[in-house]
Design a protein around this ligand. Structure first.
Ligand code: IVH
Length: 712
């Protein structure tokens, strides 16, 4: 086609304008995680530019530009399963908490108060954790933490960070995973934001800036961002790296990694607290953000004995700095209904910056909290209640939801009235009742309450449950409220039948505003990807009361398969009155280490409800929970055995005994039943020892235990 010059100019201008829009959309999508167009509009715009550029040879140069910006790359990075999980840290806030932490470590190790116990203390860097895997001394993979088990593969981007070596010296082992924090210095962050301000997009703080810069599809963009790294931990290694935390980190320094100069060894509580204060005093002057001080037991043999709780090591903790505060106006109170029906008041605030982050809402906990009454029934804030229109003090600590700490009475408007907490559910109108002794008011709507149903679905697809990408809050609400049965999702099973229902229907999801062909394809792929899911995630996703991730994991480790758990729960008979101990199935659930009667009861009650069983059955038609693999050294002489410890132990604390047994693949139970294989009894053992003898179960003492597990 031949075109007149003015027409060429007009079309060129239109192409450039549309391409600019596409580039902005890419930036919003990848950098800020806040799309400005739906996929459908984006795709249309792209096709439009494609059509214009192909109209004439004149536009070939502009067409090649489109190839660069227009092709929206897949937003997902590849996945990496961590050879050793990346755990998080427990937090402590006060000096007393630190005392407790140290006392807990000593107790676990039966380490006398007068015996030296060294801790390292180092800044807690506010960035994102990273695992760098070196094989034969070459950097092969870099992965984010993700959910701790699986992270994102960001190797190409990490290679652009100058501070990270691509090659390790000869003395490094064949396999080593060096872990640490990717971060951005404050001055670099400000400069970057200034540069980016021209595009109208800025980051909220250095941490977001580091995260956004790392999650770039194009490594060249990452290269242009001033990212840095501190090494402070490790994952898999083909040989031991050293004997102490401190020495190993120094070794990382020798290998060329940046290590933090404020890391120190502390020999007493006083040393630890003094180091904390000195880091706190320096905080404002440091070129990077930190949010606390991390303490770790220095000796690795002791770290090994202390081991891990479900998500964090027993040998470390983070001592956080006091939360940041600000004053603003409470403009309203919304009531949110959770998946168990709990009504939670949420404060709507005039936007205020607290410690570098804009806060617009905060939790108000429950109705008593608003009235100025604490959990124990005693006044808090000297009894001051919180009213709409009040000037309030907001606190934000780390990633925790901001809280309203206090009211500034001088700022109270004359017309402000005490807040009246609703006694009906705002979502379904059912009565909301508060049971004796409970702080929360709950909607009694149960299955008819849409808010609870939506929250249950959100929980089911959430990151630590089924983890279905593309099903966020907005999408769940859309599907839940859909008039068309081919689009409706009301129960977990409906998620998995959506695609088939769509195929049979004339209404097509991709024609609906906000979806688009690409996102629909991705959504169905994400759903199909979860048709096989770990047992513990599946169980957690069901949203049974008291079954958080930790308890889900405990139940999974014990029963290994969902059907075994279900059979036990459905046949369990709970104790009826004093003296009754329930049947064997009940005792089995109740006896699992860490599971008490309240949790066991919640499980049994869940499976006693017809509608729950029906929902689970429907779900099992679509999804297969994958059996849990027995953990620990599976070839040990106690692997798979159920062990009960009773009486006094002399060589180790009860907690260490349990942790050791679990590591060796045994199941530790709190009470003796027919399923018990072995009872380890120390001096002073009473009823459990008697029960074991009555049932003919093998009983051994502590020494025999050590001999049996080969640690004698
Ligand atoms: S040690 C097994 N040391 O804090 C424990 N973590 O809340 C490994 N972090 O995910 C972590 N500075 O991203 C450790 N000096 C430090 C740290 C640090 C920052 C982060 C890390 C971790 C999170 C846990």
């Amino acid at each position: 086609m031949t075109l007149d010059v003015p027409v060429i100019e007009d079309i060129s201008r239109a192409i450039v304008a549309a391409q600019t829009l596409l580039a902005e959309a890419d930036e919003a999508y990848y950098i800020n995680d806040a799309p400005i167009f739906s996929d459908a509009v984006y795709d249309d715009l792209r096709r439009f530019v494609g059509a214009l550029t192909s109209a004439s040879q004149e536009f070939s140069e502009l067409a090649s530009r489109l190839e660069r910006i227009g092709a929206r790359p897949s937003p997902a990075f590849g996945q990496v399963v961590h050879a050793v999980p990346m755990l998080s840290l427990d937090n402590v806030f006060t000096d007393e908490d630190v005392v407790d932490f140290i006392a807990g470590v000593r107790r676990f190790l039966t380490w006398p108060a007068d015996r030296e116990l060294i801790f390292t203390a180092e800044p807690k860097i506010d960035g994102l954790s990273m695992s760098l895997r070196y094989e034969n001394r070459r950097l092969v993979t870099a992965a984010t933490r993700g959910d701790g088990t699986t992270g994102e593969n960001v190797t190409a981007n990490i290679r652009t960070i100058r501070e990270i070596p691509h090659q390790l010296p000869k003395d490094a082992p064949d396999v080593v995973e060096v872990r640490g924090e990717v971060y951005m210095r404050r001055d670099d962050f400000f400069a970057l934001n200034q540069r980016m301000a021209e595009t109208g997009q800025v980051f909220a703080n250095p941490r977001n800036s580091a995260a956004g810069s790392l999650r770039q599809k194009d490594p060249e963009v990452t290269r242009s961002r001033p990212l840095r790294f501190f090494a402070y931990a490790w994952g898999e290694t083909s040989e031991p790296l050293g004997e102490t935390q401190y020495d190993i980190v120094q070794r990382f320094g020798d290998w060329g990694f940046p290590i933090n100069s404020l890391m120190d060894r502390c020999r007493s509580l006083e040393d630890i607290l003094a180091h904390y204060r000195s880091i706190e005093a320096e905080r404002a002057e440091l070129p990077y953000d930190i949010d606390g001080v991390v303490y770790k037991v220095d000796r690795l043999d002791l770290q090994e004995r202390l081991g891990f709780r479900s998500r964090s090591p027993r040998w470390a903790t983070a001592h956080k700095f006091p939360a940041e505060k600000a004053t603003t106006v409470l403009t309203g109170i919304d009531i949110q209904v959770g998946r168990t029906g709990a009504l939670t008041p949420v404060a709507r605030l005039r936007p205020v910056t607290v410690g570098g982050v804009v806060v617009t809402n905060a939790t108000l906990h429950n109705e008593d909290y608003i009235r100025g009454i604490g959990n124990n029934g005693q006044p808090i804030r000297e009894g001051r209640d919180i009213r709409i229109g009040d000037t309030v003090v907001v606190q934000r600590a780390g990633d925790v939801i901001p809280q309203i700490l206090d009211v500034v009475l001088e700022g109270r408007p004359a017309h402000a009235v005490p807040y009246v907490f609703p006694d009906r559910c705002p979502a379904c109108g059912s009565h909301a009742v508060r049971e004796e002794g409970e702080a929360v008011r709950r909607c009694t709507g149960g299955l008819i309450c849409p808010a609870q149903a939506v929250e249950r679905l959100r929980h089911f697809v959430s990151r630590n449950a089924l983890d279905i990408e593309g099903l966020g809050e907005k999408q769940i609400e859309f599907f839940f409220n859909a008039e068309d049965p081919a689009l409706r999702i009301r129960s977990p099973a409906d998620i998995f039948t959506l695609k088939a229902r769509q195929e049979r229907s004339l209404t097509k999801l991709e024609n609906i505003e906000g979806f688009g062909a690409v996102s629909v394809r991705k959504l169905f792929a994400a759903i199909d990807d979860r048709r096989q899911v770990e047992f513990s995630r599946f169980l957690f996703g069901l949203g049974i009361r008291h079954i958080g991730e930790t308890n889900a994991k405990r139940l999974a480790r014990h029963f290994l398969s969902f059907s075994a758990l279900r059979t036990a729960a459905e046949s369990a008979v709970m104790p009826q009155g004093k003296g009754d101990i329930g049947n064997a199935a009940w005792q089995e659930i109740n006896g699992i280490n860490g599971i008490g009667a309240v949790v066991a009861e919640a499980v049994v009650e869940f499976f006693a409800e017809d509608h729950n069983r029906e929902a689970v059955d429907a779900l099992l038609e679509e999804v297969t929970p994958v059996d849990e693999q027995p953990v620990g050294e599976v070839s040990s002489p106690v692997a798979g055995k159920t062990v009960v410890f009773t009486g006094a132990l002399e060589k180790m604390s009860r907690d260490e005994a349990k942790a050791m047994a679990e590591k060796l693949g045994a199941k530790v139970a709190g009470s003796v039943s027919k399923k018990t294989d072995l009872v380890v009894a120390g001096p002073g053992a009473g009823s459990k020892l008697k029960q074991a003898t009555d049932l003919g179960i093998e009983v051994i003492d502590e020494d025999a235990w050590f001999e049996r597990v080969g640690r004698g």
